[in-house]
Design a protein around this ligand. Structure first.
Ligand code: SF4
Length: 81
């Protein structure tokens, strides 16, 4: 059932090249370190109201460095929000 699905996002730091597109598109989810590389704000659990933004950021990352775990809650990798 889609209603119990929560997204978890992380950055693959080996791929991130600091374009900052993610931060520009979804500042609620991504911040930048001193070198301009992306970091996740908070735990990585994407609030429901920002789920569209995380997919937009994912689609616009030229390095494919944004990794979204779609089934984290159902698979027991995170606790229910
Ligand atoms: S857009 Fe992609 S490569 Fe650029 S800072 Fe964000 S995660 Fe890193």
């Amino acid at each position: 059932m889609a209603g119990d699905c929560r997204l978890v996002v992380r950055i693959d730091s080996e791929k991130c090249q600091g374009h900052a597109r993610c931060h520009a598109l979804a500042p609620e989810l991504f911040e930048l370190d001193q070198l301009g590389n992306a970091r996740i704000r908070g735990s990585g659990l994407v609030p429901l109201e920002h789920q569209d933004k995380v997919w937009v950021a994912h689609a616009n990352c030229p390095e494919q460095a944004i990794v979204i775990d779609v089934g984290a809650q159902r698979a027991g990798r995170i606790s229910p929000a």
